[in-house]
Design a protein around this ligand. Structure first.
Ligand code: GLC
Length: 420
């Protein structure tokens, strides 16, 4: 097993190696562009050794913000034919300042901006003022374009960052991907097909992109007869936490926080609507059909990250960590759709673990927080900086030398992490 010092050095080398000059790719090859939430984890990782570079990462993400406030889930800074679907498929020309996708991703930027700020408040005071209104505009966009009774919805599975989670199965099955045409996936040239979404999923992913393109990515046109809209714990809990962090950042700059506080109230209400009593867990809900997904996922456990302490979730966490010891499985190991290798249908994602762990700690569940941190550390010691891991045997899966896995090591999982 490599030493902690060797892993610290390797994590730093991964971030530097995935740096493309002001922005970081998730990993070389499989994901050659800047991804929204990956990039904010990267900022947290950079903060451990290069504070200005950490702020540059956040700036570069917001350099792609659309005039309506949306911050795209991918920024295509430089063309790269090894990725599908690229800018030619999204058809967002002229929508934003740089080529991008037409959907967003979980808003963790304000939360990590706060961590980067806390690492070095002096630099933070110089860098934050330009970013604050941009983050605020993004949050406003979520409340205006994605809220359903206060819960934040996704309009494409990719928007959640949990692409093929069982949460979306019902809503995806209701889509007939007629006319999607033929296309060539590139992900399968990098990673084993058993670890990736299926063709049925991909047809629907692309069909939804084609619909967005046809409607010119106009939010009001897209909102009519939406074929896919699911209220999502990932979005709702991350926005709630980011919004609380944004309010604190506004305080630090002496700015008015009343509008942000009103959003927090709406989001607290929205989060409560995601409690599925019969499942005994936070769950996602199809906003079109009104049906629950019935899925206990790792996003269900982001409640603590959002500042919501729900005792029943501690019991669920215990049960899931016992069933699949390399916790936290992305989907209930006792559930009918569990698949230990397939992406968001079972594997463990270290970056979600870091959010759950910090949330547990913030809510005073110190033992549970420490256990999760040690489990994650053990996984990385055993299997390296993989994209995700098998929750039963801890083996690595997906891409390697992954930015966010390196970042959470530096920010949280390494015994040398400063834990800001
Ligand atoms: C996959 C993940 C998503 C991530 C992206 C880049 O699409 O599901 O969460 O942002 O890869 O790593």
């Amino acid at each position: 097993m490599p030493s902690i010092e060797a892993l610290d050095a390797e994590a730093e080398a991964i971030l530097r190696g995935n740096d493309r000059g002001g922005y970081t790719v998730p990993t070389d090859g499989l994901y050659p562009y800047q991804w929204n939430w990956d990039s904010m984890f990267a900022a947290w990782g950079f903060a451990a050794f290069d504070i200005e570079r950490a702020w540059d990462e956040i700036d570069s993400l917001f350099s792609g913000q659309w005039p309506n406030g949306m911050v795209p889930h991918i920024l295509f800074h430089r063309p790269d034919p090894s990725y599908f679907p690229g800018p030619d498929v999204w058809g967002t020309d002229g929508m934003g300042p740089i080529a991008s996708s037409g959907i967003s991703q979980p808003p963790v930027a304000a939360s990590f901006a706060k961590k980067v700020f806390d690492q070095n408040p002096k630099v933070g005071r110089a860098r934050l003022p330009a970013l604050l209104p941009k983050m605020k505009a993004w949050h406003r966009w979520f409340l205006e374009a994605r809220a359903h009774d206060g819960a934040i919805c996704i309009t494409h599975p990719w928007e959640s960052g949990r692409d093929n989670a069982p949460d979306w199965d019902g809503a995806m099955a209701a889509i007939d991907p007629e006319g999607v045409g033929s296309y060539e996936r590139r992900d399968l040239t990098h990673v084993d097909a058993a670890m990736r979404p299926t063709k049925a999923d991909y047809d629907r992913y692309i069909w939804l992109v084609q619909r967005g393109r046809r409607l010119g990515w106009d939010e009001s046109a897209l909102a009519e007869n939406r074929p896919f809209m699911v209220a999502d714990p990932t979005m709702t809990f991350t926005l709630l936490r980011s919004n609380r962090d944004l309010a604190e950042l506004a305080d630090m700059l002496g700015e008015d926080r009343s509008e942000i506080d009103a959003w927090t109230q709406a989001l607290e209400h929205g989060a409560a609507t995601l409690w599925n009593e019969s499942l005994g867990s936070y769950d996602s809900r199809d906003a079109v059909s009104g049906e629950w997904s019935g899925a206990i996922s790792n996003a269900s456990f982001l409640c603590w990250w959002a500042g919501i302490d729900k005792p029943a979730m501690l019991q669920q966490l215990d049960r899931i960590c016992t069933a699949a010891p390399f916790a936290v499985a992305s989907y209930d190991p006792g559930g009918p759709k569990f698949d230990a290798k397939r992406y968001w249908r079972g594997p463990v994602w270290g970056m979600i673990n870091s959010l759950i762990g910090i949330g547990l700690e913030d809510c005073g569940h110190i033992d549970a927080a420490n256990r999760l941190c040690e489990t994650t550390r053990g996984l990385i010691e055993k299997s390296g900086f993989a994209e995700y891991f098998d929750p039963i045997d801890g083996s690595p899966a997906g891409g390697s030398r992954f930015t966010w896995t390196a970042a959470i090591w530096l920010g949280w999982a390494s015994p040398n992490a400063r834990r800001i």
